[in-house]
Design a binder for this molecule. Structure first.
Ligand SMILES: O=C(CO)[C@H](O)[C@H](O)COP(=O)(O)O
Ligand SMILES: [Fe+2]
Length: 223
């Protein structure tokens, strides 16, 4: 698949959402064409904050038919696989830095019937992916250091996204998606698209203000 044929996914991150009205906001996003939602699970160890876990995912699953992309910013993500499946996750993205046995963890996620993602902190080289591409559906290039919404995009990550796109084409895996997460907004969107990203996580850019209105503005920029 060539870049120009690849569908671009705009993926709102609920980390910046108002949880008291999240169900309605997700419905409104769905009504304007949103298909994925990004769910940041943080354990207070891999990253400093604690966000939420399976009970919250279970609860929003009841209100939403969106594709649930779960970003696990936790140590030992393998211990959550069954619970995430039960909660309604569609894709589980684990940090390479948190997995001693990355190959085994990715195999277990697929065995549980979900898609796989491998997330890389800004300082982590692409070479950690070399022997797991056949078990990977998506690579998440962190474009900020993980843990907090509202940070600024790290410009050095543009070259990393481009290098990853080249690597995937050369390795015969052009269909593996490249997700970017952190500081994606109207000012950085074109840069990451040009570099080869096709799943764009947006927290503050969507949930600060009216999420549906913000989402439509971003859709217009992608078209
Ligand atoms: O993983 C994350 C932070 O570690 C997030 O997905 C975060 O919600 C991104 O927020 P923003 O778009 O405001 O930078
Ligand atoms: Fe995230």
């Amino acid at each position: 698949m060539h870049t120009e044929e690849r569908e671009i996914i705009l993926n709102p991150s609920i980390l910046s959402a108002d949880f008291t009205v999240l169900g309605e906001q997700l419905k409104a996003l769905e009504a304007c064409g949103c298909r994925w939602v990004h769910i940041d699970v943080m354990d207070g160890t891999f990253v400093p904050p604690v966000s939420f876990g399976e009970p919250v995912i279970t609860s929003i699953r009841k209100k939403s038919g969106l594709f649930f992309d779960v970003h696990m910013m936790t140590e030992h993500p393998d211990t959550h696989i069954d619970a995430l499946k039960k909660a309604g996750a569609d894709l589980v993205c684990v940090h390479a830095e948190a997995c001693t046995h990355l190959d085994r963890v990715l195999g277990a996620i697929r065995e549980a019937g979900m898609r796989t993602g491998v997330a890389l902190n800004p300082a982590t080289p692409l070479s950690v992916l070399d022997y797991v591409l056949d078990k990977t559906d998506m690579v998440l290039v962190m474009t900020v250091n993980p843990g907090f919404g509202g940070q600024s995009y790290l410009p050095a990550m543009t070259g990393k996204i481009r290098a990853l796109r080249n690597m995937l084409e050369k390795a015969g895996h052009p269909d593996i998606r490249i997700e970017v997460d952190g500081g994606i907004n109207a000012g950085t969107l074109q840069t990451v698209l040009d570099a080869g990203a096709d799943v764009l996580v947006m927290g503050s850019a969507v949930f600060q203000g009216d999420p549906a209105e913000n989402f439509r503005k971003m859709q217009a920029l992608v078209r």
